[in-house]
Design a protein around this ligand. Structure first.
Ligand code: HEC
Ligand code: HEC
Length: 297
């Protein structure tokens, strides 16, 4: 906040408090006791008149107490413009402290869980409840609450893997993240629309979804030069490159001819964010076991 706005808000905040005090004193009757008087305000409505009595003392003191509380609060906590408050309290600091305390509290539990191998941990129902909660907080946004994924976000419950479903690979994926690199038109940026269409027919032919055998044949030839380097000569994919099996009729980006055509024409770049800066090793270990358990029931 610039110093102008800092003064602006501070003056208004303090002005309101002192304004209230002034109002209280200005309207206070000269009497300092609770004694009621016979004096009337001098107006009547429907025969009802009002006595001119002082505020009850307890009321007056309670009001002053709120004023003192307000001023003390402004002194201790950040409330006045750029002033940081005597206690140096910040909401971020408060949050960090809570996280630290929670980590200290739960660390022994996670350390014990991390000592078990993934395959064993995946069978431990209690540990998997913890894993499920971690998954719900950190992963379900993209992979869905049950881990079944969505268009562009892989299903983690089947045995169909882009990168591999063994414990070490899952952990590697979660820790360091992944970026799928499917270049537009593969290794042949010069290919035209007809080539893309032929390739689409070729891929559809694996699930018996095309009648155009000729196009599929042309596509298969193009595939060898433009696509096989990553997806393999038999189109069964390559886990080291994260290139999916194109013959299994499991589709990350949609199974229709239009979607496949779109994938080939424009390329794809799915991003799995690295978790190593957000979650510690022990939590990643438990999550690895949870993901492992989804497809190894
Ligand atoms: C921002 C969205 C997003 C979040 C959050 C996310 N993922 Fe992913 N994840 C992806 C995408 C996209 C891919 C596919 C990457 C690709 O296309 O190469 C992926 C891939 C994976 C894979 C590899 C699947 C395979 O077939 O090899 C695993 C395992 C995985 N995620 C686990 C997790 C876990 C566990 C979490 C929570 C800590 C998580 N993901 C959080 C988007 C996300
Ligand atoms: C440089 C390696 C590379 C080349 C070359 C390549 N691909 Fe890919 N392809 C990938 C990767 C990696 C993915 C996964 C993308 C992702 O995870 O976001 C992919 C995904 C796909 C998909 C989506 C599959 C699905 O499940 O939805 C199709 C279809 C595809 N490629 C077809 C082709 C065709 C056809 C060619 C040749 C023109 C080709 N690819 C060339 C690496 C490659």
């Amino acid at each position: 906040m610039t110093s102008f706005w800092s003064y602006w808000t501070s003056i208004i905040s303090l002005g309101v408090i002192f304004g209230c005090v002034w109002l209280l004193y200005a309207t206070r009757k000269s009497q300092t006791s609770d004694t009621e008087t016979e004096q009337k305000m001098g107006h009547s409505f429907d025969g009802i008149e009002e006595y001119d009595n002082p505020l009850p003392k307890w009321w007056f003191h309670m009001f002053m107490a709120t004023v003192v509380f307000g001023l003390a609060y402004y002194f201790l906590y950040p409330g006045l413009g750029n002033y940081k408050g005597y206690l140096d309290w910040t909401s971020t600091g408060h949050w960090e402290q809570e996280i630290k305390e929670a980590n200290e509290k739960y660390e022994p539990i996670f350390t014990a869980l991390a000592a078990k191998p993934v395959e064993e941990l995946a069978k431990d129902a209690e540990a998997m409840k913890i894993g499920q909660r971690l998954f719900a907080n950190n992963c379900s946004l993209c992979h869905g609450s049950t881990g079944r994924g969505a268009l562009g976000f892989p299903n983690l419950t089947d045995n169909n893997w882009l990168y591999g479903g063994d414990a070490a690979t899952i952990k590697e994926t979660i820790t360091h993240g992944r970026t799928g690199q499917m270049p537009a038109k593969g290794l042949n940026p010069a290919m035209n629309k007809a080539d893309v269409s032929n390739l689409t027919h070729y891929l559809l032919s694996f699930s018996d979804r095309t009648d155009d055998i000729k196009a599929a044949k042309k596509g298969s030839q193009m595939f060898q030069t433009a696509c096989a380097a990553c997806h393999g000569a038999d189109a069964k994919g390559n886990k080291a490159a994260g290139a999916p099996d194109l013959t299994d009729n499991v589709w990350l980006y949609g199974s229709t001819a239009a979607k496949i055509n779109q994938t080939i024409t424009f390329g794809r770049a799915g991003m799995m964010p690295a978790q190593k800066d957000m979650l510690d090793e022990n939590k990643i270990h438990v999550l690895t076991a949870y993901v492992y358990s989804l497809s190894n029931k």
